[in-house]
Design a protein around this ligand. Structure first.
Ligand code: CDP
Length: 239
């Protein structure tokens, strides 16, 4: 595989510079397929000067390793071996973001051994000095229940299908809106219904419904929620 890693290591941003010496900040961003959490996570990470891990790419890469070797994503042994053998760098994003990989990723993601094989690397990433932004399905509930800020980004299935259909078309995939909507509904049901770390908002998550929001508005709402959560944590200096 060739290409960029799922990790955006950002240079120190305005927040980090202004808060040098502040405690670490782990930001967990979860949500269903095509909710816009990936774009939001990248922007939030750049804004706060934190590294970002798109955990969906780990499941997509596991699925791709199977598909590329003509194995079924339902093959527990092969999927577990693929997850254990995954290098956290060297991901071919164009390949991994194909429609078929999203579907296969959600199949391998329902296998507890696969989730276990991928969990420690995600926790290690989150607990880097200074903190990190991770986006996925179970970051606030299972990977980082101790995250400083948890966002759950959602939107109606119709809105998400429109966004994903546009994204896939811009990558050259020939898809219909109806097919993409069907994919999303199937994936939502599988991701929410699995026994191990199902997709759900943590009880202490800030829910951001972006159905009627553009990317800019979603970003501003996310930053406001993060700042508010941080303000509660940082003790006010006594003069
Ligand atoms: O980009 P999109 O929201 O469509 O999906 P993704 O974040 O790339 O994740 C692909 C699939 O991986 C999801 O449908 C989940 O089944 C699985 N996943 C997961 O189970 N846990 C995560 N932390 C991230 C992704």
């Amino acid at each position: 595989m060739a290409g960029s890693p799922p990790v955006d290591s950002q240079a120190a941003g305005p927040y980090e510079r202004a808060n040098a010496g502040a405690s670490i900040m782990i930001i967990a961003i979860d949500g269903p397929a095509a909710s816009g959490k990936g774009t939001l996570a990248r922007r939030v990470a750049a804004h706060f000067g934190l590294p970002h891990l798109d955990t969906g790419l780990l499941y997509r890469a596991t699925a791709a390793a199977l598909i590329d070797a003509d194995r079924s994503p339902h093959d527990v042994e092969a999927a577990t071996a693929a997850a254990r053998g995954l290098a956290l760098t060297d991901f071919d994003e164009a390949h991994l973001r194909q429609r078929a990989m999203g579907e296969a990723a959600s199949v391998v993601a329902a296998i507890p051994e696969v989730r276990k094989a991928l969990a420690q690397a995600q926790r290690d990433f989150a607990h880097r000095p200074g903190g990190a932004v991770l986006d996925g399905r179970d970051i606030g509930t299972a990977i980082c229940p101790d995250a400083d800020v948890k966002l759950f980004v959602t939107a109606s299935p119709a809105t998400r299908a429109q966004r994903r259909a546009l994204e896939l078309a811009s990558r050259g995939e020939k898809v219909t809106y109806a097919d993409v909507l069907a994919d999303i509904e199937k994936r939502d049901a599988r991701d929410s219904g699995r026994a191990d770390a199902p997709l759900k908002a943590a009880s202490d998550a800030h829910v951001l419904d972006t159905t009627r929001m553009g990317p800019e508005e979603a970003f501003e709402a996310a930053v406001a929620a993060i700042e508010a959560a941080r303000a509660k944590q940082i003790p006010t200096a006594v003069g």
